[in-house]
Structures are given as C-alpha cells and as structure tokens.
Design a protein around this ligand. Structure first.
Ligand code: HEM
Length: 404
C-alpha cells in the first residue's frame, strides 16, 4: 500500500502520492525552487523531482541516459519486473515506454492518425456525444461534471477509434484508473488490471486479424516493422494499450480541471461565455495551469547534472506540471490568465516523447468546453469541500459537483 508517512522535508523525502501534494502541489514546487530545485527521495525507490522548466527540458533531451522503459511515476511492482515479458518488452506501451529505435518507428505508425486533419472528422461525433451527456442531466439543475461529463467523453471516442463497442466505456475507465491512479498505491490491483487490459487487446487483436475494418487496430495490423515484417503481435497489443492509458484519463482530467476552474471563477466563466475568440488562449492556459500528466524516466548510466549525481536505476520524475509554474519561464505563473499571449507550456511533454495525441486532446477539450458553455453558461461548483482530486501520475478532479 501507499507509504503514508508524513513528509518531513520535501527536498530530501518528497512523496508524489501525498494527499496534501495532490491537492496543492504548487506551494511545494515554489518552496523547492527557492532552496533545492531538484529534490530527492528514497521512498519506495530513489527518485529525483525537478521543479524548474529548464531542468525538465534538459532531462527530456537526455536520451539514452534516461530511459522510458518504465515510465510510470511509481516503478512497476517487483513481480512484474521479474517476468520474462517485462524483461523483453519493458512496460510495453510503445512508443511511450520505448527508447529509440523502437520508439521512433512505433511513433511514426501513430502520427498519421493524430494530425489535425485526421482528428477533425471526430469533431461531430464528439459534439453529439457531449450534447447527449448534457441532455442526461440538464433538467436536474445539478451534475457531477467529472463523473457524468468529462470522464465519459475520451473513453467513448477512443473505443470508436479502436473499433471497439461503446459498451466497454465503463470498463475502460475503471481499468485505466486501476492502473494509473488506484494501482500506484496498490501493486496487486495494478498488476491485475494491467493483465486485464492486455488480455482484452490480445483477444480483440486476434479477432480483428480475421475481420479487419477501418480502425486503429486494423491499421496497426496492416503495418510492418522497419525490416518489412508484420509487427510483433505483443507490440500491437502494447500500442492498443497505450491508446487507453495515454488517451483517456489525461484528457478527461483536463476537461474536468477546466470545468472546475470555470465553476470556481465567475469572472473567467463570464468572459469566456461572452467572447468565443478567447478559446484558443483559454485552452492553452487550462493546459498550462492544470497540466495533468507527470511521467518518469529510469537512469541507465551515471549522470552528473548541475550539482546532482544520478546512478543507474534511479528514477527522474518528469514534472511537466511543475515546469509550467516556473516564474523563470512564465510571467506570474500562479495567475490564471485566460488571454495569456506567450505560453510555451510543456503540458504535452517535450523532446522525442512529446504527446502524439495532442491534436486529438485539444479537439476534445475545445468541443467539450464549448458545448458545456453553450448549454450551461452559468454554473458553479456547489460543494467545493467535497471535490476530490486524483494525482501522482495524472492530476484532475474525480468528483466535481456543480449546480446551474
Ligand atoms: C490533455 C490531454 C493529454 C495530455 C496532457 C497528454 C500529455 C502527454 C505527455 C506529457 C506525454 C509525454 C510522455 C513522456 O515524456 O514520457 C505524452 C505522450 C503521449 N501521448 Fe499524450 N496527453 C494527452 C492526451 C493524449 C491523447 C488523447 C492521446 C491519444 C489517444 C495521447 C497519446 C500519447 C502518445 C502516443 C504519447 C507517446 C509519444 C511518444 O512516446 O513518442 N495523449 N502525452
């Protein structure tokens, strides 16, 4: 289970799963930037936490010294690391869990499906879906904007893109939470649902091999590796797995955080309702301010960086959210500026692993927030004390009661 010992000093003993940190990581980063910009911990494993933009950028470029073979913020449980499968494939969610050269060619296979032009045809479906969800609760004057809305959108869209029945949505949602959220503190749950997802895709890939369609899985199956051979089925399964773990709770967390912000800040909500031209800057500011995703790297050789020495096996936490609040990189970073003009945020990461799905994520956020604001321009977070947040790997509201 999670190490729940209180943190005495964030510089030498940080805990990314600490409840206070999940609720408010901002003050921790602020404190660390002033006295120890790259913190260290020995909890669970030896890990470093950079808090400055330039350091996060520098670590993003350290390939192959920093590997992505085990990219979750809490290392895979020992029982997983000891399996032959893990030894051969690592976390096997390519390209996010691969290093070059595998990272390069698996990423190349994905990119054509996530260009702005390729994601645009999904806009209409997303809009219809958002309207349908709102139809389901608008008459009641209240909703859980996280559970009944944000959380419902990405899994349905990903299911559609994979050619999988929409009825799988609730399963997908729970499986992803079991691996990325609840499972971080519960290795058995993490292992169980890692296997559940893999078995689901093992069966689906086998079925799709016999009955190909116009969907992502069929496209992966029709592609070849750099030697011109059919792709190793385990890699295809890994790439399908990644669509769930990279595409679902990331995006729903961003949509949920945006609704939390608008439901807690009437002046921003009114400005956005009155002026649609603010959407492009507002979306980037939601991404910067509430960046959901933190990743990790494993050190593969001795690295000396500034005053810090890292050894093989150490972890580096890729603190993209912290980088986005660094005052050396952003003017007044703790202020949410809905019309912020210069915003070179790293919510989608940096370097070779930069998010391959960013165009899809932006489209989903744009449609989800615009549709909500058109139908429900006046709303507020009704019980702020009851809002719950997940964090660690992916930060965002999980229960968000609003009234309108
Ligand atoms: C707001 C929503 C999203 C955020 C904030 C986000 C963030 C990120 C970040 C920070 C990375 C870098 C990982 C690293 O450096 O280790 C990443 C990688 C990735 N993301 Fe996203 N993501 C989002 C949505 C999506 C969606 C919708 C998809 C596709 C369904 C997706 C697919 C990917 C893939 C495939 C990678 C790995 C790229 C590579 O390793 O070459 N993401 N994402």
């Amino acid at each position: 289970m999670a190490d729940t010992q209180p943190v005495n000093d964030w510089a030498t003993d940080f805990d990314i799963l600490d409840e206070g940190y999940i609720a408010d990581p901002f003050t921790v980063w602020e404190d660390l930037r002033g006295r120890c910009p790259i913190a260290h911990t020995e909890r669970r494993e030896s890990a470093f936490l950079p808090t400055k933009y330039d350091d996060v950028q520098a670590f993003s470029k350290m390939v192959p010294e920093l590997s992505s073979a085990d990219p979750l913020v809490i290392a895979a449980p020992e029982a997983i690391q000891q399996t032959e499968h893990f030894k051969k494939y690592g976390a096997n969610s390519p390209p996010i869990s691969s290093d070059p050269p595998e990272q390069v060619w698996t990423r190349r296979l994905l990119l054509p499906h996530f260009t702005p032009k390729a994601v645009e045809p999904h806009r209409q479906y997303t809009e219809e879906l958002c309207n349908e969800l709102i139809d389901g609760f608008i008459e009641t004057g209240e909703a859980d904007a996280a559970g009944q809305y944000a959380q419902q959108i990405p899994p349905r869209l990903i299911a559609k893109m994979l050619g999988v029945d929409e009825s799988m949505t609730d399963d997908f949602t729970y499986w992803v939470r079991a691996v990325l959220e609840l499972g971080l503190a519960d290795p058995e749950l993490r292992m169980k649902y890692r296997d559940v997802i893999r078995q689901f895709f093992r069966d689906t890939v086998a079925e799709r091999r016999d009955n190909p369609g116009d969907d992502l899985i069929s496209h992966f199956l029709a592609a070849t590796d750099p030697d011109g051979n059919p792709i190793d089925p385990e890699i295809v399964i890994g790439m399908c797995n990644l669509q769930l773990v990279a595409g679902i709770d990331t995006t729903w967390s961003s949509i949920g955080s945006a609704l939390w912000h608008l439901g807690s800040n009437p002046s921003d909500r009114q400005r956005l309702a009155a002026d649609e031209s603010l959407y492009p800057t507002a979306l980037e500011e939601f991404l910067r301010f509430y960046s959901p995703v933190t990743m990790a790297r494993v050190v593969t050789e001795n690295v000396d960086y500034n005053d810090v020495s890292m050894c093989p096996g150490d972890k580096v936490i890729m603190n993209f959210p912290g980088a986005n609040h660094d005052p050396d990189a952003f003017e007044n970073p703790h202020e949410f500026q809905i019309d912020r003009k210069v915003n070179r945020h790293v919510a989608f990461g940096a370097g070779i692993h930069r998010c391959a799905g960013s165009n899809l994520a932006r489209m989903e956020m744009d449609v989800a927030i615009k549709t909500w604001m058109k139908r429900i321009p006046e709303f507020e977070v009704s019980k702020p004390d009851e809002v719950t947040w997940a964090g660690g790997q992916v930060r965002g509201p999980r229960y968000l009661p609003v009234t309108f």
